[in-house]
Design a protein around this ligand. Structure first.
Ligand SMILES: Nc1ncnc2c1ncn2[C@@H]1O[C@H](COP(=O)(O)OP(=O)(O)O)[C@@H](O)[C@H]1O
Ligand SMILES: [Mg+2]
Length: 284
């Protein structure tokens, strides 16, 4: 994209929205099925629509992000697992797959591979095992504005790598009772990692309430849903977006598209655009 200010370079620090360093956000919650992959894909789409250069990382060995974007798994060795363990020593740029170029932005992906299922065991044997992803991503700092990491549903070494590499976290949650205990465990893990490893604390961007079954007035339909939302609102962690359960999200997933592209006028697309603006501003 051409710089809008000096019109001479591709990207420079005169350009509105240009940041000298990629902001890395871990989309994290050790609970499965809470909307991490959906948030990563659609927030990525909304950021790219804003003109940002966005890299998505499928860190979950189950590979739902790779599958949802209808991308092929990476080949042997020359992949995320290989580069994390040192089995492959090429450049990280070689394992990036272009997905789309909406407007002036860009959406690229580091896809999963079957070896991600065993990478945790291999990382356990290595030095600085929590810092491997941070080192892998370092050469990309000037090539992207945002990197979103789709974390696995576990507080494991892969999630620790994401939290160590990240500048901030987004926590997708559902309006159900088990959410509060999961949040306590996650925040304790972040605290423990911070005191052990990190130089600067992670920015807790907040929670994304996913798959909300809405009733009249846009509130949660069930009593339990409403009481959990009340409890979440009482936490010192903001709710930065609320995404209702809806067909546009499932259909976009089925057709390998982001919801901002597949159903641009849906309330779901609007919600992800609002979230993109929050994240973009927070990291500017
Ligand atoms: N707002 C939504 N409306 C409808 N289906 C959704 C919505 N958000 C997520 N889903 C679906 O719920 C399932 C779990 O979401 P996912 O993002 O994969 O969670 P996680 O990554 O935390 O396991 C997926 O099949 C996804 O398509
Ligand atoms: Mg997932």
């Amino acid at each position: 994209m051409k710089c809008e200010t000096c019109e001479e370079c591709e990207t420079c620090d005169n350009q509105p929205g240009y940041r000298a360093s990629m902001q890395i956000t871990a989309v994290v919650n050790q609970k499965g099925g809470v909307g991490k992959t959906t948030t990563t894909i659609n927030l990525g789409g909304a950021l790219a629509e804003l003109g940002r250069r966005v890299l998505l990382i499928d860190l979950d060995p189950q590979g739902h992000l790779t599958e949802a974007l209808q991308l092929s798994e990476a080949p042997d060795k020359r992949n995320l697992a290989g580069i994390l363990t040192g089995a492959w020593t090429g450049s990280v740029e070689e394992i990036i797959v272009p997905y789309s170029t909406p407007g002036s932005g860009r959406l690229d992906v580091i896809v999963t591979t079957l070896e991600m299922f065993t990478v945790g065991r291999e990382l356990d044997r290595l030095r600085a095992r929590e810092e491997r992803l941070d080192r892998v991503l370092a050469p990309l700092k000037d090539l992207y504005d945002h990197c979103l990491i789709d974390c696995p549903p576990a507080l494991d070494i892969l999630t620790d790598n994401a939290l160590t590499a990240a500048d901030g976290v987004l926590i997708p949650v559902q309006a159900e009772d088990s959410t509060l205990r999961a949040l306590r465990l996650l925040l304790a893990q972040i605290d423990a990692l911070e005191s052990e490893l990190r130089r600067t604390p992670l920015t807790l961007h907040g929670m994304v309430v996913s798959m909300l079954d809405r009733g009249a007035g846009g509130q949660a339909r069930s009593n339990i849903g409403r009481s959990v939302i009340n409890a979440l609102e009482g936490l010192p962690l903001p709710i930065v977006a609320t995404v209702p359960r809806g067909v546009p999200i499932s259909e976009a997933w089925r057709y390998g598209r982001t919801v901002t592209d597949y159903a641009p006028d849906s309330e779901h697309a609007t919600e992800f655009r609002t979230l993109a603006a929050v994240l973009d501003k927070a990291s500017a």
